[in-house]
Design a protein around this ligand. Structure first.
Ligand code: HEM
Length: 215
């Protein structure tokens, strides 16, 4: 089905972003110089044009991912109004059955996250400038994660994102025809492995900062 393929391909793009974003954000533990010069590089690369191209691609992927997911859910509900009676693997099924819910909560987190750091409508971090005149992203992240409620929101969102990826990261192989009886054993481990890596990395940022490891 074209909608499932769209979901899988856009999922790969979004997953790549999440991995890259995590690696970039972990630089908060390397200090202000590493973090702020990295953020400045991303903002200025190609005279700022590259950032907007990446943003446009990500937004397009996100919209397509959500729209095709909504379509797939609608079609499968119409085809199976009563639902399955037998469930095989309980752990896998939990992630699979809650995909729409974890997806929607991650989407809500994303809106909050963009308002929090990128749009910053209240200007909480507007005057955060380092000695070199760059946006002080390091200080912004360190300041943000002094607040326990903020840390809690990020922790919950990362757990749900990991559950979402643990299923999506494997099922995309099936959708794209890359899963066979021969490779099924390790293909089925890709999603949970990616989810675990992303969970550890993304949890370490708010928790590590809160514990004082980045100040
Ligand atoms: C612990 C987890 C995370 C941390 C610490 C974090 C941190 C940040 C920071 C500091 C920025 C602003 C960068 C800047 O102003 O230069 C940002 C932007 C962003 N984050 Fe995250 N992030 C996290 C998780 C996520 C997740 C899970 C997603 C996606 C599901 C995500 C998507 C984005 C997007 C789309 C932007 C906007 C990039 C742009 O400027 O266009 N982040 N994040």
């Amino acid at each position: 089905m074209a909608a499932k393929a769209t979901m899988a391909v856009t999922g790969i793009v979004l997953l790549s972003f999440v991995l890259g974003h995590m690696a970039g954000n972990l630089q908060v533990f390397l200090g202000p110089e590493a973090m702020n010069s990295y953020a400045e590089f991303l903002h200025d690369f190609g005279h700022g044009l590259a950032l907007w191209v990446v943003r446009a691609v990500l937004l397009a992927c996100l919209v397509l991912h959500v729209a095709s997911a909504a379509y797939v859910v609608r079609v499968s509900k119409a085809a199976r109004p009563v639902g399955y009676v037998m469930k095989k693997d309980v752990a896998t099924d939990f992630a699979a059955r809650t995909m729409w819910m974890t997806g929607l909560i991650v989407l809500a987190f994303l809106v909050y996250h963009l308002l929090h750091f990128t749009i910053d409508p209240l200007g909480a971090y507007h005057d955060f400038v380092d000695a070199e005149g760059r946006h002080d992203v390091h200080r912004m992240v360190v300041t943000a994660f002094q607040s326990l409620p903020t840390v809690a929101v990020y922790v919950v969102a990362q757990v749900l994102l990991a559950i979402h990826i643990s299923h999506g990261g494997s099922s995309l192989f099936q959708t794209l025809g890359w899963r066979s009886p021969r490779n099924a054993k390790w293909v089925d481990r890709i999603g949970p492995t990616l989810a675990a890596v992303i969970l550890v990395g993304n949890l370490f940022i708010p928790l590590g900062v809160f514990a004082g490891l980045a100040s």
